[in-house]
Ligand binder design. Structure first.
Ligand code: PMP
Length: 438
């Protein structure tokens, strides 16, 4: 049972405290009183350093769409490892993965690889600035896009900072320069009228509008079709680029969220699943916008390097991961997601606990909220909801299922029907504990 002061995880964490700040490398994986250390994973299961077994519904915050140690990915990566892992030269593998992505995304002519989603978003924003010659970017309140200064503005404003009408741009990290805040327009997610009017007002200065079609930190509610269509229209009207952050949502379908919504952004950022379990990022889009990276005519408008960008191990594993994701694989992921969402919603009703799931495809989020969740503010938990979430998290963990601390769950292709039932049963049991405790 967690927590156990005599566990190997506790001992490893005690060691970590000396050499890592707070014993931690990723704020997202921190947990009190100590994080559980993974020893190994196989398929949809993970074993910790104490030998406990879990069904993994975190999947490294959605990157492991094929779970762990998939034989095809091991094969692709190890074959490349034996040939060399990184060169000060391009390799054919980057052309292969770029061609694959291009074939799936009608909005994409060209691809630029990097090493993380953070870097992909950073390069997309810089590309939009370089292309338009304009300084400002717009992004949605509460949406996470990695840790580039501009992209993390207004990530977690508290109700006191919400402002009376339009969202205000507030710093996430201490020390964020005022200039950064001044160059970021924060727009509300899923409020079409307000977003369009803010974009029109700041139009001449806007390089781009950055939007995640189903922003996890802002609640994981899918965008309204009309909202995305309005962003597509108004960005054209004011001459700003529309950037879709599909770092997570590319796992929603064969053509990502842009395929589901049938909208073509100017630039798209990708990461996570396209690296087959290795560090990766990519910015991609129409040739005319991607031209800022083109070095053929002297110094590009946007020079960009990266020691490990497009390294062939990532590229080969990524190609193998994407090849496994055919239309049938997505149909199965969709069906499993639907089953888990409806199973959990039914459990809320059975246990008489206010709550609901949101999400699409293989992704879902559990909210202990008695209201529709559409955006950051409606997803913002009350004190009681936060308490219920904490009870739930601990109960679910002790029932052998891993989910993210904020209720995010991501399914994977190796899951069987029996695993899906086990997940629903564990969630249902955890909800019954919430009912008993609060
Ligand atoms: N954009 C979105 C939508 C994300 O969810 C994330 C990471 N969770 C990022 C960007 C940053 O990606 P990375 O962690 O690879 O830097």
């Amino acid at each position: 049972m967690y927590p156990d002061p005599n566990s190997s995880s506790q001992k490893t964490y005690d060691r970590a405290l000396a050499s890592l700040p707070g014993g931690n490398t990723r704020t997202t994986v921190f947990m009190k009183p100590y994080p559980i250390y993974a020893a190994r994973g196989e398929g949809c299961r993970v074993w910790d350093v104490d030998g406990n077994e879990f069904i993994d519904c975190i999947n490294n915050f959605t990157s492991q769409i094929h779970g762990h140690a998939h034989p095809a990915l091991i094969e692709a990566a190890t074959r490349q490892l034996a040939l060399g892992s990184a060169f000060g030269m391009p390799t054919e593998s980057e052309v292969d993965l770029a061609e694959l992505l291009r074939a799936r995304l009608p909005s994409v002519d060209q691809v630029r690889f990097c090493n993380s989603g953070t870097e992909a978003v950073m390069m997309a924003l810089k590309a939009a600035r370089a292309h338009t010659g304009r300084p400002k970017i717009a992004k949605c309140e509460g949406a996470y896009h990695g840790s580039y200064d501009y992209a993390e503005v207004s990530l977690d404003p508290t109700p006191e900072a919400w402002g009376r009408n339009a969202p205000v741009s507030v710093a996430y990290a201490r020390g964020t320069p005022d200039n950064v805040l001044a160059d970021v327009l924060t727009i509300p997610f899923n409020d079409t009228e307000a977003a369009v009017s803010l974009i029109r007002e700041h139009g001449p200065e806007l390089a781009c509008v950055l939007v995640d079609p189903m922003p996890n930190r802002a609640g994981l509610a899918p965008a309204d079709q009309a909202y995305l269509e309005a962003l597509r229209k108004v960005t054209r009207e004011v001459g700003a680029l529309l950037v879709f952050d599909e770092v997570i949502t590319f796992r929603l379908g064969y053509r990502g969220a842009q395929g589901l919504f049938n909208i073509e952004p100017d630039l798209t950022t990708l990461a996570k699943i396209i690296g087959g379990g290795f560090p990766v990022g990519a910015v991609c889009g129409r040739k005319e916008f991607m031209a800022v990276f083109d070095p053929r005519f002297g110094k590009p408008a946007l020079p960009h390097g990266g020691t490990f960008s497009a390294n062939p191990v990532t590229m080969r594993a990524g190609i193998a991961a994407m090849q496994l994701l055919d239309e049938a694989a997505f149909a199965r992921l969709d069906a499993m997601g639907e089953a888990v969402r409806s199973g959990i919603d039914a459990a809320f009703g059975r246990h008489n606990v206010p709550g609901r799931t949101v999400g699409l495809g293989s992704l879902l989020k559990i909210h202990f909220a008695d209201r529709p969740v559409r955006d950051y503010r409606s997803a913002y938990p009350t004190e009681l909801e936060a308490k219920r979430q904490a009870v739930f998290n601990r109960a679910l963990l002790n029932r052998g299922v891993l989910a993210a601390g904020n209720g995010l769950m991501a399914l994977s292709t190796p899951m069987t029907d029996a695993d899906i039932h086990a997940i629903i049963d564990a969630v249902s049991g955890a909800i019954s504990e919430v009912s008993a405790a609060t």
